[in-house]
Design a binder for this molecule. Structure first.
Ligand code: 9MG
Length: 278
């Protein structure tokens, strides 16, 4: 799949590293330090084998405060510029705001990662004009309220229907299907059961014919099973990455890049040495 002047081989699972530029992500929250810290973090992730680095300026955790347009720009643009200048890896911008999309792509981002699937006013046109791949993620409701009482007739069918509708909207806006990645949105308006049903149903989402991006790293679908805190969820996150890689997810979005790269290498070896004969 092409990302501006870079091609990423998605025939095997690859890793997307996460860089949050929200002030609480760095020790002193200073602007200067946040760019430097992001560069250091990105260098480690690229060294560890990350094919993508996702840069976000507004936390999308349940109940997270909204961030103003100016504040989000201030947080992500300097980081995206710095990373694009220094590293070959594909820089993704995690935003739902059309103007942030435009400025991020001008600054070097080569993938738009929108947890709201281009539903904000102007987002479809902005993504079409940017002419870079876009990840369409399913969310039921909004971050402030999505975990209050998630409900579905059948979570897989409902997510498929939503993503199909968004693909159609993209097509109408002139976004070619070759520029679309899909994502079931683990933790975005889902109960624990819904999350695991979606994981089990990744094959059905694969049948839609688009690359799949999954993000389960350190989320409540680990914490609610292990009853542990965010910094104790590495093993659980790696178990989920293994299952997702086996199920054919192409891009796995994680905090712990090296460990996930290693897990995927084992999954690939398992496939190479057992399916070669087929
Ligand atoms: C920004 N962000 C947080 N979780 C995510 C997920 O599961 N998928 C995508 N595409 N983005 C996410």
């Amino acid at each position: 799949m092409n990302f501006k002047n870079q091609t990423v081989d998605l025939t095997r699972p690859v890793v997307m590293g996460i860089i949050n530029t929200t002030p609480d992500s760095f020790s002193d929250g200073g602007r200067f330090n946040s760019v430097d810290a992001a560069i250091d973090r990105c260098a480690a992730m690229v060294q560890a084998g990350a094919a993508f680095i996702d840069v976000g300026g507004e936390s999308t955790r349940p109940g997270a405060p909204l961030v103003s347009f100016d504040e989000e720009l201030e947080r992500v643009i300097p980081v995206i510029e710095a990373l694009s200048d220094r590293f070959d890896t594909v820089v993704s911008v995690d935003t739902s705001k059309p103007q942030v999309m435009r400025q991020a792509v001008s600054a070097g981002a080569a993938l738009i990662n929108d947890v709201r699937a281009l539903q904000e006013p102007g987002a479809l046109d902005a993504a079409a004009e940017c002419n870079v791949p876009v990840c369409l993620m399913h969310m039921q409701g909004a971050p402030e309220t999505m975990q209050n009482a998630p409900s579905y007739n059948d979570v897989i069918s409902d997510v498929q229907a939503f993503l199909s509708a968004r693909i159609a909207a993209c097509s109408d806006a002139g976004i070619h299907k070759s520029n679309i990645i899909l994502d079931p949105g683990f933790g975005f308006g889902k109960t624990l059961a819904h999350n695991y049903q979606l994981l089990a149903g990744l094959g059905r989402l694969q049948e839609m014919g688009y690359p799949l991006l999954v993000g389960m790293s350190r989320k409540s679908m680990v914490g609610n099973v292990l009853n542990n805190s965010i910094n104790e969820r590495l093993a659980g996150s790696l178990a989920l990455a293994t299952i997702a890689a086996q199920a054919g997810a192409q891009i796995i979005r994680v905090h712990d890049v090296q460990e996930t790269v290693d897990v995927i290498a084992i999954v690939n070896a398992y496939r190479d040495y057992t399916l070669k004969g087929e």
